[in-house]
Design a binder for this molecule. Sequence first.
Ligand code: B3K
Ligand code: ZN
Length: 859
Amino acid sequence: PPVIRREDYKPFPWLVPQVELSFDLGISKTTVQAKLSVERNPAANADPVIHLNGDGLQPLTVLIDGEPTDSWHMEDADLLLSLPGESHEVTITTEIDPSANTQLMGLYASDGMLCTQCEAEGFRRITFFPDRPDVLSTYRVHMTGDAEAFPVLLCNGNLEASGANDDGTHWAEWHDPWPKPSYLFALVAGQLVANTDSFTTMNGRKVTLNIYVRDGDLPRTGHAMESLKKSMRWDEKVFGREYDLDLFNIVAVSDFNMGAMENKGLNVFNTKYVLADEDTATDSDFDGIEGVIAHEYFHNWSGNRVTCRDWFQLSLKEGFTVLRDQLFSQDMGSEPVKRIEDVRVLRGAQFPEDSGPLAHPIRPDSYREISNFYTATVYNKGAEVIRMMRTMVGEERFRAATDLYFDTHDGEAATCEDFIRAMEQGAGIDLGQFRLWYSQAGTPKVTVRLEHDGETATLHLSQEVPATPGQPEKQPMPIPLKLALFDRETGKHHGEQLVTLTKAQDNFSFAGFAQPPVLSINRGFSAPVTIQRDTPVEDLVFLAAKDDDPFARYEALQDLIVSHLKQAVDGALDLAAMQSAREAIARALGAVLADDTLDDLMRGELLVLPSETYLAETMLIADPGRIHEERQAMRAALGTMLEAEFVALHQRASAVPFSLDAEARGARKVKTQALIYLAAGNPELGKQMAWAQYQGADNMTDRQGALMVLTGLTGIERTDALMDFYNRYQGNALVVDKWFALQASSMHPACMAHVESLAKHPDFTLKNPNRVRSLYMAFAYNPHAFHAASGEGYKLIADVILALDPINPQTAARFVPQLGRWRRIEPGRSALMKEQLERIASAPELSRDTYEQVSRSLG
Ligand code: B3K
Ligand code: ZN
């Protein structure tokens, strides 16, 4: 498959101002007539041939200005048509079989309903079209379908007319007044019911809101609706963005490749990000729904009103929209807890990407399959990059700049460069050097040394941006670091400062310190970098107990644990050193348990150990087996040393009655954290307490937390609880997904055997992405199981990739990065991982998705 390059961008020679689509819907046969008004693009080089993308389509008829023509030919899957004049009407009819569409791109069937997914290149599986984001059209869509099978007919924009035919079919006509690229097209037809509500915008326009689901799911849509209304209000208040149609529809579907999709006026969602009640969804599921609803809604401006010129600009809408949803969630709940969670995701998913064979800048330079670039780098690092600009200019100037960006580019297909320029003009900042964050891949390493002499503290900073594929040499980047210097005696600091390191090395001096101060740096995680510093243990203990920046406090605790575990994994500690390090950590955790200035949500966050993936990431070459052993051993030691405290915490938290407020959620969070430590230190006690929590649970958070702990242990309680859970929720697909995922991500030594037998369970299918992810993604991200020294875990995932590739290549390719880590793993396992990648590479007829990921991983 060819490589597509950013530098090759050319505007499309034709404009398509209007599109009229007519669908005759059927599950196994849908006929599509597309009427395109086309005219030459004065801003592009003239070309009498219009190149229309197609994927798996055959044209039934091709008309120019209503007359049949044979001036077209196919080039691979695309249709090329010669047009004699300046403007024409092109009409093409195609026929598709949604029931055969297992890729879930284009028009497909899910549970008897029809729905679409077009981003990035799915529209070309529906009809021939210039399927690129810089061709903007207004759409009028006529849908006809069986009235019984498809009582609800939805499309983008506003419903203009509908009616019944006398043959048992009915029809609807939709019109979307806002010009949009084809990737934002959506259509849904099926037996659905709606939770209907309304929202009045800041200018007093009333918008009807619908959340469409399957009949029985209606009672679980309340949280999604509340989240939607909060998002609409927040975007008005914080970004000045008002909704622009009279109708906003959300549809939940159970077969979906990702979380959700921001189609104009008709968002399509994975059921996972819509349906929730306390019996079936955890607190973090509730948060996930709130965040994803907000994210898709926010795209209405950052993505839809201002869209992307080409797919290399993806971070323009995704990075920015992730930042917007993060800020929203920070405002809705606990700001520091949300920040810690976001950093944990960045470190767990994006840092490994940035340090491996798939590393790419947030604005990539080339791709073969764009679906492979919906990555943590484009999304999450993209958000961090925009967050840094916000940190440097402050909230007010940031808002002035986003206003300017939206005003200037409304109705356009823009570029990252357009965004940066709006930021420069609107916020009054020079981002010349900062543009490197868009072009250079790799996580910068900042080395920090603090010197003290007389009254002066001097901070020595240096940076190194590691080489990444295709980018052997890097330039220094501007790195904004928030910092504070604490007085050891008083425990206070002299005010937070922002220091920006722009050179390879620099020094910063601070006067007025008679004693060496304690340095707190990269507060709030102001820059997405790794800090390299030999921080004295007593400084980490100081910061873990006293830092007034909650993120920095979390970070100090994490550093304390990470540096200990690294030494332990290296075998560098004798028994006594091991014991004293564990005691120091136990004291720090004990202080967290005892500190009544902390709320439980934050306490719960501080108790989470650094993940095995993150630990591996801090080492040049990792031994996943050793990391797992040492981390578990430390957890067990902490569970033993703090047993009484954890039991007391669990008891106190168990007395808090169920509610969705922060206090009760915090209580649930620390309860399960306590169980995790207790189960490690004293499995019998942990098992008893988890079993009691399971049986007494009146909500999914407690039930799932307890079951998670039990699933990692052995004994009759484990089997009983798993069986009870399955029987209780059989038939609720999202909860059955949890049942698969808990077993596939468990600490149980026989995890792999469990996964192998679950693959044969009657509820398992490779056709449903949620189910595939719940079993195999959970397994692939369960280090002790995936990295089994025998290599069986690697083989299992390679088998999944090969089996899934012909069914759903997009989802199959998502498993490759785990095997792609081979260069960073100890030699024995590394060879086994590579062997599996080579086995995949040698398979005949790989999809473009999987081929690209495997070849980059080996390259
Ligand atoms: N924009 C979509 C992602 C589409 C992914 C296609 N492979 C969801 C989102 O980021 O909001
Ligand atoms: Zn998005």
